[in-house]
Every structure is written in structure tokens, then in C-alpha cells.
Write a new protein. Structure first.
Length: 199
């Protein structure tokens, strides 16, 4: 009996769609003006343009501002999607022994600086410096140098550097190990973001 009810509902829906299609085909007034050379077309298009919301903006400056806001919003949507892909990747790889907030902060920093003209070492330092406040910038540059020279953008070498640091719970790592691991994770995040941005 339940199947007959579903069949009847789908049959009713199909009949309704069929009726609407026939009504649309045989309507006296066309749904769309098909002949652009017809004088009635101009009136039809004028009515449509009057309903267009950007025409409320009387000057081109307001249209420009609205367009910039739209593209800025679209750009933010794209960036947040890219960042979430990288966050997920980092979480899968390091989530067992690095705090998720730490990974998220590294990705957020990396996202801000990935397209800047900074050197690779400076990018790494910028990614982890807000997290490693007890370290001077010069010390962080010392940690960044071997990571940058060893990897040169290769994910496989990034993984070997990460494997060099012992994988233990975050609070059991020494501050030096935390700094080295943070640098390697930042490098990994930067490489992932660059790859995502090139897609």
C-alpha cells in the first residue's frame, strides 16, 4: 500500500508538470521575447532592466563599490575553502600529536603570507612567530634555515624533516622540538596553500 501512495504522488506531480508545460506552450503571452528585432522586445528588455538592482545605483562609483564588495566576498569564500582543505590535511597528518588550535593558527598565518614577496625563511618565521613568543626572530631564523634548505618546496622532504623530530605528545616535546616541528608544519602548510592556489 505504501508503494501505491508513492506511485500516486509521483503520478500527480508528473501530471501537474505536464499541465504546466502545456499551459506555457499554449499561453497567449510569450514567456520570452524570441525576436530581438521586434519593437516589443525593446519594451520587454527595458522592463527587465528597471528591475535590475544595480540600476538603483545612479553613479558608476556606487556600482564600482558594490562590485568590489562582491568580488571581495567571493575571494573570501575561495580563501576559506582553500584554508579548510589545508587545515584538514594538516589535521590528518599532525592532529594526533599537535594541538588543533596550533595547526589552525599556522594555516591562518600561512594563508596571509603565502603570496607575499618574503623569502622562504621569512615566511616560515612569520607563520610561527605569533605562536613561539619566547623565541627571538634570530633564533627562529636559525630553525627555519635547515628546513628551507632541505625542502625547497618538496613535500616528501618536509615529511622526512617532520620524522626527524620525535613524534610524541605536544606537551612532552622540548621547546626546541616544538619550534622545529612548527617550522616543518609551516613549510608543509605553505606548500599546500601554494598548490591549492595554483589549481
Amino acid at each position: 500500500m505504501n508503494q501505491s501512495i508513492h506511485y500516486q504522488e509521483s503520478q500527480d506531480s508528473l501530471n501537474q508538470v505536464f499541465e504546466e508545460l502545456l499551459e506555457s506552450i499554449f499561453a497567449d503571452e510569450p514567456n520570452y521575447v524570441w525576436n530581438p528585432a521586434d519593437p516589443a522586445t525593446e519594451d520587454y528588455l527595458t522592463i527587465l532592466e528597471e528591475n535590475f538592482s544595480l540600476l538603483d545605483a545612479r553613479d558608476s562609483e556606487e556600482i564600482t563599490i558594490r562590485a568590489e564588495n562582491l568580488f571581495s566576498h567571493l575571494n573570501q569564500c575561495w580563501e576559506s575553502t582553500t584554508a579548510s582543505v589545508v587545515k584538514k590535511s594538516l589535521s590528518e597528518q599532525f592532529g594526533d600529536f599537535v594541538p588543533s588550535s596550533w595547526l589552525e593558527d599556522i594555516v591562518n598565518q600561512a594563508q596571509e603570507i603565502v603570496s607575499t614577496n618574503l623569502s622562504s625563511m621569512d615566511k616560515l618565521v612569520q607563520c610561527v612567530q605569533p605562536l613561539l613568543l619566547n623565541w627571538a626572530e634570530e633564533d627562529l631564523l636559525v630553525f627555519a634555515r635547515p628546513v628551507v634548505y632541505a625542502m625547497r618546496g618538496s613535500t616528501k622532504e618536509t615529511e622526512s624533516t617532520i620524522n626527524f623530530v620525535r613524534q610524541a605528545p605536544w606537551n612532552e616535546l622540548s621547546p626546541v622540538e616544538q619550534a622545529k616541528l612548527s617550522m616543518a608544519i609551516a613549510q608543509y602548510a605553505l606548500v599546500e596553500l601554494q598548490e591549492e592556489n595554483q589549481k
